[in-house]
Design a protein around this ligand. Structure first.
Ligand SMILES: [Zn+2]
Length: 359
């Protein structure tokens, strides 16, 4: 700063000129080191609490009263000019910083988008469900849906599970609510009851869906997919049942594998059976997959129990029917040669990407 002589006003004018000169010098230097931080530093240097303009403002106190207004005006104009100028430079510095960061990262927006997985594929369970439904539609079945959260009545009572029936314990149920009357369905058989309570016989229905049991190991997951099917009409017998099962298993696994029924028990059918398919891996010779039996268990079926017809208000003297249910996940496992059921639910892109887009 100059040691100005002359009137205090002239001295102020001279100091203002010094500050402007100093700023000009700083701004020239800034051009080579442009950054928002450097601009902020200049702002502090000139306009901050201990800045040069602020200090100059302090000198007003010691000026003669008559010169204060003119000197104050000069200093205020300086302040406003500096504020405006530094604001312009702040904006320049930010633009410059953005431009630099874009250049450094070499972002070429004209490059084609990189995809890691290419075109998507269908989940094996979805694929299997579509194959099965297509076959059942060919056989004249209608596809039906039902609730996953349901009342005990639809999942158990109406399906002839008595209150104290041990079969309720066979299916480790997830209960909802304190009174345990609402549950996550343990099988898709609840759809039989829902359908028969609103539809009149004759019926030919399949119903795929998610089911839930408190169970988890190599061959069980807490959520799994089932497909339920049932036929109700006058004069339906076990021959019809065997024919339908045979037909769709051959459609899925090929024409040359045998199927068989083994007597079994389910409360909602009488007689009940489990159905097996000749082992897809060894074709009946016996291997690790079929535990040397030559057969694979696929699901359960049977003639619909008269008590079920009574629960839904059907005339059990007039109508007969059969029902069947099996795991879609297990069929997918066998059809696509998967080693572990849990692979289906881990969401591994590499694994899932192997499957086709169409069934
Ligand atoms: Zn085998």
């Amino acid at each position: 700063m100059s040691e100005g002589k002359g009137s205090p006003l002239q001295e102020t004018t001279s100091k203002v000129a010094d500050i402007q000169l100093g700023l000009q010098h700083d701004l020239d230097a800034l051009k080579t080191q442009l950054s928002p931080r450097a601009v902020e530093d200049l702002k502090v240097k000139y306009l901050g609490r201990k800045g040069q303009v602020t200090a100059l403002m302090e000198t007003l106190k010691s000026l003669p009263k008559e010169e204060k207004p003119a000197a104050g005006k000069i200093i205020n104009e300086l302040r406003q000019k500096l504020e405006g100028e530094l604001e312009i430079w702040r904006q320049k510095a930010e633009d410059h910083a953005l431009e630099q960061s874009l250049t450094q990262h070499k972002l070429d927006i004209s490059l084609p988008v990189q995809t890691t997985t290419g075109q998507g594929s269908l989940h094996p369970v979805t694929l299997m469900r579509r194959v099965l439904l297509a076959e059942f539609r060919r056989l004249g079945f209608t596809v039906y849906d039902g609730p996953e959260v349901d009342l005990d009545f639809y999942n158990f009572s109406a399906l002839n599970f008595k209150d104290d029936h041990p079969a309720r314990d066979m299916q480790d149920t997830f209960f909802i609510g304190e009174r345990a009357k609402t549950i996550l369905r343990t099988h898709t058989s609840n759809i039989q009851i829902h359908a028969m309570m609103v539809e009149q016989a004759p019926l030919r229905i399949v119903a795929p869906g998610r089911t839930y049991r408190c169970d988890s190991d190599l061959t069980h997951t807490p959520m799994f997919h089932q497909i339920e099917g049932f036929v109700v009409d006058e004069g339906i017998d076990m021959g019809d049942m065997k024919g339908v099962i045979d037909r769709f298993l051959k459609a899925v696994f090929g024409q040359d594998l045998a199927t068989r029924l083994r007597p079994s028990f389910f409360p909602f059918v009488e007689p009940g059976a489990e159905f097996d398919l000749q082992c897809v891996a060894c074709r009946g010779k016996g291997c690790r997959i079929c535990k040397q039996t030559g057969w694979l268990e696929l699901g359960g079926l049977g003639m619909i129990h008269p008590n079920v017809f009574e629960a839904v208000g059907y005339d059990s003297d007039r109508y007969t029917g059969f029902a069947f249910g099996f795991g879609i996940d297990r069929i997918a496992m066998l059809r696509y040669g998967l080693a572990d059921l849990r692979q289906l639910f881990e969401g591994n892109q590499q694994f899932l990407g192997q499957f086709p887009i169409h069934p």
